[in-house]
Design a protein around this ligand. Structure first.
Ligand code: 4AD
Ligand code: MG
Length: 466
């Protein structure tokens, strides 16, 4: 007999009632009450599990079944019936229960609630818990929604390289990729490591952003996006920074900063809308267990316009509250997470775009404003997370870009191809990067990026060989 997935049973419940079905899955909980036993089984096809009813007199291996440890895998054949019990609508009345693999009693996931910290110690098992299974299914739905969003709008999906020779953010946070012998690297005449003898003939690393390559494709396709892994050797051990994270980076030709913000706002709202439609059980569970304001926040965001203020305005507001901050806000300094959260949570109480940052605290490629001190940058700040998106209009004027590269002492030769984009048919263009894990945090309520990544890599912590 072929197995039926629990998702199908719950979806087409009426069609399956009174039918004999086979359900395979993993035991979540077992209860034995005199003449009846109950197993909650989950097969991963949906958030909900299914109750299996065992009858002592009717099931030859009743004793074996009610002694099963959580985590065991079983295959059950039974008849689907309306359930008289409170919670669940249907149950499978077992005729046979075949134990596929019985867990020993040391199975680490108990019925009681475990802390997120405890579960981080077992990334290979934690997706079997309700909370993490809700988070990772939502993560998957969000990724699909992102592709749908751009697909519906005619964007071309480009796979930008993971190994690269340019530090596109210029922040010096690249992980190195090399095949040189770390104990005895070849040296040049001045005693420095001779990367010309390395695998790629020059220094290479893992990408910190696909933006620069996306800009090249935007000048061919007009509207493109990348969605892939990015790597940063930031040594910041915070709940918001990972060494390996995923970024969504659209890049649009003939678009200015205002167009860029509209696209970002539409995308965030689209993904939330898709979740409210498609992840009801997961969101309801997270709302009850993880973040009591999740549902109201997501519904509010889907319906209201995001705020927009300039960096200069933001600093003026923050300076009035400097006594409340560890780091004092001042014009010319970057915003700290405490400032970002204060703006979005306390002042505006909704997502806010902060625009036009001082050029000295932003990347070289951002378009200079006429005031000579700021650039056409935008960050989207959201409650609970802080910076969710960083984006900008790009400097399309060749002379300005060349001056900036020179002023920052960057290697102009390495950016020759990037300058070519301005030389040959350059146009106004804009884009942004959305940190996918930050979005997962925002849309699930988890407060640590380690719980938004299936197998997190953070400074000092890739766990257990996984
Ligand atoms: O603001 P960032 O550094 O912008 C860029 O990389 C641009 N090239 C994007 C673009 O315009 N195409 O990073 C973008 C976003 C941040 O807003 C944040 O959400 C996320 O990426 N991010 C991180 N997420 C997790 N861990 C880290 N270490 C992150 N660093 C940035
Ligand atoms: Mg940023």
């Amino acid at each position: 007999m072929k197995r039926t997935e629990i998702s199908q049973i719950l979806k087409y419940r009426d069609a399956y009632i009174d039918l004999q079905l086979r359900v395979d899955g993993w035991v979540r909980t077992v209860r034995d009450s005199k003449n009846f036993g109950f197993i909650e089984i989950n097969d991963g096809s949906c958030f909900s599990g299914l109750q299996i009813l065992l009858e002592r007199g009717a099931l030859p291996n009743y004793q074996e079944a009610v002694k099963l440890i959580s985590g065991s895998s079983i295959s059950v054949i039974g008849v689907l019936a309306d359930s008289p019990g409170g919670k669940q609508q249907v149950e499978l009345r077992a005729r046979t229960v075949r134990v596929v693999s019985a867990s020993p009693p040391d199975y680490p996931l108990q019925k009681k609630r475990h802390s997120m910290e405890f579960l981080r110690g077992m990334p290979h098992l934690r997706a079997r818990t309700n909370t993490l299974s809700a988070v990772f299914r939502i993560r998957s739905l969000m990724a699909a929604a992102v592709h749908r969003f751009f697909g519906e709008r005619g964007f071309v999906y480009v796979h930008t390289p993971i190994i690269t020779t340019s530090d596109s953010e210029g922040a010096g946070e690249m992980f190195r990729v090399t095949t040189l012998d770390p104990a005895a690297p070849p040296l040049d005449g001045s005693g420095a490591i001779d990367y010309s003898r390395d695998f790629f003939g020059r220094q290479a690393g893992l990408t910190v952003s696909g933006q620069l390559e996306a800009e090249a494709f935007a000048h061919a396709f007009g509207k493109v996006y990348t969605f892939g892994p990015t790597f940063r050797a930031e040594n910041s051990n915070t709940p918001r920074h990972a060494a390996e994270f995923w970024m969504i980076e659209p890049e649009v030709a003939f678009a200015d900063l205002a167009d860029d913000m509209c696209l970002a706002e539409d995308m965030v709202k689209y993904v939330i809308g898709e979740l409210l439609d498609g992840a009801e059980s997961e969101l309801a569970f997270l709302n009850s267990r993880v973040d009591g304001e999740l549902l109201s926040r997501l519904s509010a965001v889907a319906g209201a316009a995001f705020a927009r203020i300039t960096y200069t305005e933001a600093i003026a507001v923050l300076e009035r509250h400097n006594s409340e901050f560890e780091y004092k806000a001042a014009w010319g300094r970057d915003l700290q997470t405490e400032h970002e959260r204060f703006l979005t949570e306390k002042i505006l109480k909704r997502p806010v775009f902060v625009t036009d940052y001082p050029k000295d605290i932003k990347a070289f490629y951002m378009r200079q404003n006429d005031d000579g001190r700021t650039v056409a940058a935008m960050d989207l700040l959201v409650p609970g997370v802080g910076e969710l998106i960083g984006g900008s209009q790009r400097e399309e004027r060749l002379d300005r870009l060349e001056q900036r590269i020179a002023a920052l002492g960057m290697d102009a030769e390495a950016y020759r191809w990037y300058l070519d984009l301005r030389r040959y048919g350059g146009v106004a263009h804009s884009g942004f990067g959305l940190g996918f894990e930050r979005a997962v945090m925002y849309m699930t309520g988890v407060t640590n990026i380690r719980d938004a990544l299936p197998f997190p890599r953070t400074a000092g912590g890739a766990a257990n060989g996984l």
